[in-house]
Design a protein around this ligand. Sequence first.
Ligand code: PGA
Length: 266
Amino acid sequence: MRRPFVAGNWKMNLDLATGRALVSELRTRLPASPPIDVAICPPHIYLFPMAKAVADTPIRLGAQNCFHESSGAFTGEVSAAMVKETGCTYVILGHSERRHTIGPKDASGRVQGETDAMIAAKCRAAMSAGLVPIVCVGETLEERDRDQTEAVLSRQIDGSLAGIALDGPEKLVIAYEPVWAIGTGRNATPEQAQAAHRHLRGRLAERFGRGMADGIRIQYGGSVKPDNAITLMKEADVDGALVGGASLKASDFAGIIEGCIRAKGL
Ligand code: PGA
């Protein structure tokens, strides 16, 4: 059985004092050894202090990005080894905001963010540094409306994992995050999430073999809240959640973790 995994993506939110307060409240709300994996992903600049804050808790640390080169003249970038050195276990890669929100706009106003090829290079760097990448994929509303969801997910999985050799299913996490559900309050229905996760697992099986694919955790992300966590997590191929907004409040994040534990009968 896959061990469920709930991660909180703080994005560019909170300050150091509030982050510390959030961790200390989480510590009181979470079981001492939860039957699922839990992580927080603060901004890079807070990774060292947050590593200290979570040191004697079951909470693991993740970063929100890393660069694909190992060192050199890349002003402002942070390598996978540097991220690892802060104490991170995970790194989120290819988040939809990095694909579609952050970056220069083309003539038609579309943001030219990270491509699958860039994400694959980062993924290879992260794995070589001993980090577990959380690779995000997900269709836009326009793509869903045009019935392109499965084609987009296949393309993103193939492209974002190009050149990746996997020697264990625990070395990779996928997050299905439909772009139209992120920060919008509009989550996918459990059926929509399950269908997408099932499709993704099938693609992972083609890529890495069925045994490996059956062990890879696939998180759902997009407006996960304590009150929708249980029904989403009850779906067979939904192995946890990547939580944005609701991870900034200890009671909500703990409620989602609790919901995941209950939904999986742990
Ligand atoms: P949200 O964000 O929970 O605020 O929708 C999820 C994510 O972007 O990881």
